[in-house]
Design a protein around this ligand. Structure first.
Ligand SMILES: *Cc1c(COP(=O)(O)O)cnc(C)c1O
Length: 424
């Protein structure tokens, strides 16, 4: 980066060079700078258009919408799985849009966690998202074991995990591993390829939660031979609040009975025979449970078009450019104000967001919002900034850091209580 990196002119010149800048007008952004796309992505015009098309099919066809119209609902989960497949690096048969992250963890852990008296533990980590841990604990209990004994959580240090330490915990007693691809707070990327290889050497099934990486970084799940993965589609994928989630299952597991079966786990051609003997679907469709939430899937048809057009490699490149620039400006402009960058500085280890630690983080987030800049607060004392390649600009980053500087200089944050709101 050049000397004048902290000038607005530099930001504007970077935006001129940006080959993804035309995607900004695909989104409804309004007059804010939105840096929370890693919690809830913004709506695009194409997502809106797709939702209206599916909605209108309901108006026009009623029940026949399941098989008629541009996007017949009966095949929507598969259709969207195909569109997501390039983002996870897998053959489409291994990907399906269904459930939610938490439900899909329950589904796949109940399928693949087959504890024996010797090999009965699940390996996770102490900084993952709470829902993942709650689901693992209940699965352990359902199988008749005690989570205090059967759930191992690898300890983090300063919000980061060491692959070496995870591998050290892959003992004979471990049956299954579930880890995040990108940690939701620090944004650290785990080396999924290496961890999968090491797990398999020891005969352990391994799955990843891709919530913070899907749509932001490329994955090669099939090449890495990952056993299973789950994710939500409302963060970087911009599928809308409560958008239906996704899952991947490696083809070597095809044909296994789902832990949680329902009539949508059936082969589609015989589903309406209404037999009481389930004929399990031949691919990832086996892990669907009940009727798909069609209206919460529809926006994905439009949203995923944008990803497949822009290309995930290009999205990753711009995302790194944005977070590098953000880190650089924080170092240059905010060095007086006790912020600690709590995300990896090394590109290959950094996901798509930057975490800042500061004792007044909750107040600082509220002050930023008063300037129409939308970060999020993560307990206990972090500001999380998630610039999104498809709709954030270098100018947004410049403006954010300079606004932060003003808030600190003028002590504007002191006007707000340093406590989190009900949703943070
Ligand atoms: C966002 C997120 C979830 C949320 O799960 P839902 O079932 O969609 O509510 C779970 N795990 C991780 C790691 C997340 O980032």
């Amino acid at each position: 980066m050049s000397k004048d990196v902290n000038t607005v002119g530099y930001a504007i010149s970077k935006d001129r060079e940006d080959t993804l800048s035309n995607y900004q007008e695909e989104f409804y952004i309004g007059d804010k700078i939105y840096l929370d796309g890693n919690s809830l992505g913004l709506v695009s015009k194409r997502a809106e258009g797709a939702l209206m098309k599916v909605f209108n099919a309901w108006k026009q066809y009623g029940i026949d919408g399941w098989t008629k119209g541009e996007f017949p609902w009966y095949y929507l989960s598969q259709n969207l799985g195909e569109k997501l497949a390039p983002l996870v690096g897998a053959n489409p048969s291994q990907v399906i849009v269904t459930g939610s992250t938490t439900v899909n963890i329950h589904q796949l852990v109940s399928t693949f966690y087959k504890p024996t008296s010797r090999r009965y533990k699940i390996l996770a980590d102490d900084v993952t998202f709470p829902s993942d841990i709650y689901a693992l604990k209940s699965q352990i209990q359902l199988k008749g074991f005690n989570p205090n004994d059967a759930l191992i959580r690898v300890e983090s240090k300063n919000g980061m995990l060491l692959e070496e330490e995870i591998i050290n915990k892959m003992g004979d007693e471990v049956a299954l591993i579930l880890l995040p691809s990108v940690l939701y707070r620090s944004g650290q990327i785990l080396d999924m390829k290496r961890l999968t290889m090491e797990a398999h050497k020891r005969g352990i099934i391994i799955g990843f939660d891709l919530c913070h990486s899907i749509g932001a970084i490329p994955h090669y799940l099939e090449d890495w031979e990952v056993d299973f993965a789950v994710w939500c589609n409302y963060k970087h994928i911009n599928g809308g609040p409560g958008a239906v989630g996704g899952l991947y299952v490696n083809r070597k597991h095809f044909g296994q009975e789902p832990g949680l079966a329902g009539w949508f786990s059936s082969r589609q051609d015989v589903q309406f025979d209404m037999s009481h003997d389930l004929q399990v679907d031949v691919d990832a469709g086996a892990y669907e449970i009940g009727t798909p939430h069609v209206l919460s899937m529809a926006p994905l048809l439009g949203s995923l078009e944008l990803f497949n057009e822009a290309g995930i490699e290009k999205i990753r490149k711009k995302s790194l450019d944005l977070t590098n620039y953000l880190i650089k400006l924080i170092e240059l402009e905010l060095n007086k104000y006790d912020f600690v960058i709590a995300s990896p500085l090394e590109e290959s280890k950094r996901g798509a967001h930057v975490l800042l630690e500061h004792e007044h983080s909750a107040s600082i987030c509220k002050a930023l919002k008063s300037y129409n800049i939308i970060p999020d607060f993560r307990a206990p004392n972090f500001v999380r900034l998630g610039p999104v390649a498809l709709y954030n600009s270098f100018y947004d980053i410049w403006k954010t850091v300079n606004t932060l500087k003003k808030i600190m200089e003028e002590e504007h944050y002191k006007k707000y209580k340093n406590t989190r709101d009900i949703i943070a």
